[in-house]
Design a protein around this ligand. Structure first.
Ligand code: FMN
Length: 336
């Protein structure tokens, strides 16, 4: 079984890490493992498979995240996903939303490790791909370290070797999903302890990591780092990832090079009949912290919706927006 390199990954994020975002991220980093948005097993079984699972091969290595709590349905969903080039199938045991909890999956499954183990076993029985679990360090009152150990022990006994751990607990009532990513305190120490107690398992740390400088010290003590909001809001933090995390000798690109590739991608996207703004909304953070970033954001966030730019002139909008940024920001090469 081929297992992807998980030293660095970008987190699954609903409505954010769609195929166009991943095509953009691939212009910045070739090696970082990317995850799809969560796809529920139910949607996959009853819905349009192509629109739920379709992607461009440039996005690989790409892991598929599934949501569900019924072993048979998850196995069925895995069979549908087989043969589509995913590097891994991940089960979401971290989402605290009401809708997801009402469907009896996501973070509430942390209170039912035996059921998660059954789900993982059924999924593994349906594929040769690695099946991994993304979870929290606790949920509601099931939040002691002993509870977490019981969860990991039970699920690993079913054959799961890789756990991606969002280093905060979730409160299922009283906090919105957004608050559940901000309010419960971050406990990176708990993820380190888990790795020390389960050295034979692959333990990936997630939560609150904003750049590579913050990520690197965790790679070694744990097996890898998954970055969510930091990678989406300030994608340039990934520019040196191939070199600094994966030891790739290719020199990191400049933002000027990436802008030119975004312009080419913009042409492809409109030629595919997709609205330009569906791509450009993902790139507005590229110049975060540079002079001219606000104009870049406005042009690609708002102007991109105008019909004028949704045709052959799409690449020109991208180039014009970048022309607002000083040359030293465009040509700066991230330290490898
Ligand atoms: C907009 C948004 C959507 C998210 N959707 C998912 C999801 O579909 N599946 C999942 O496991 N986690 C989801 N998450 C949680 C992230 O994967 C990640 O665990 C969390 O944001 C903590 O990492 P960070 O501090 O690096 O952002 C989402 C987070 C955000 C901000």
């Amino acid at each position: 079984m081929n297992t992807p390199d998980r030293r660095l990954s970008v987190a699954p994020m609903m409505d954010w890490t769609d195929s166009l975002d991943r095509r953009f991220l691939r212009l910045v980093t070739r090696r970082t493992l990317l995850y799809t948005e969560m796809v529920t097993a139910q949607a996959l079984i009853h819905g349009n498979v192509e629109s739920l699972l379709g992607y461009d091969p440039v996005e690989q290595p790409l892991a598929l995240q599934l949501g569900g709590g019924d072993p048979e349905m998850l196995a069925k969903a895995v069979r549908i996903a087989n043969g589509r080039g995913f590097a891994e199938i991940n089960l979401n045991v971290g989402c605290p939303s009401d809708r997801v909890s009402a469907g009896r999956f996501g973070a509430c499954l942390m209170t039912e490790p035996e059921l998660v183990a059954e789900c993982v076993a059924a999924m593994q029985g349906a594929t040769d791909l690695p099946v991994t679990v993304k979870h929290r360090i606790g949920v509601d009152d099931t939040d002691s370290y002993a509870d977490l150990v019981r969860f990991v022990e039970t699920v690993s006994a079913a054959g799961c070797r890789t756990f991606v751990v969002h280093a905060r607990k979730a409160w299922l009532s009283g906090l919105s999903p957004k608050e559940n990513r901000e309010v419960p305190p971050l406990r990176h120490d708990v993820v380190h302890r888990l790795k020390a107690d389960f050295p034979h398992l692959e333990i990936v740390l997630n939560g609150g990591i904003l750049d590579l400088d913050a990520a690197l010290p965790h790679i070694g003590p744990t097996d890898g780092v998954m970055i969510g909001r930091g990678a989406y809001e300030t994608p340039w933090i990934l520019a040196a990832a191939d070199a600094r995390v994966f030891g790739d000798p290719t020199p990191p690109k400049t933002r000027r090079q990436v802008v030119e590739e975004i312009a080419e991608l913009a042409a492809q996207v409109v030629a595919e009949g997709q609205p330009l703004a569906r791509l450009t909304r993902h790139v507005i953070g590229l110049f975060h912290g540079c002079p001219g970033a606000k104009t870049w954001r406005r042009m690609l966030g708002e102007d991109a919706r105008q019909p004028e730019w949704n045709g052959p002139k799409a690449p020109e909008l991208v180039r014009r927006a970048a022309a607002q940024v000083p040359a030293d920001c465009l040509d700066e090469r991230p330290a490898a």
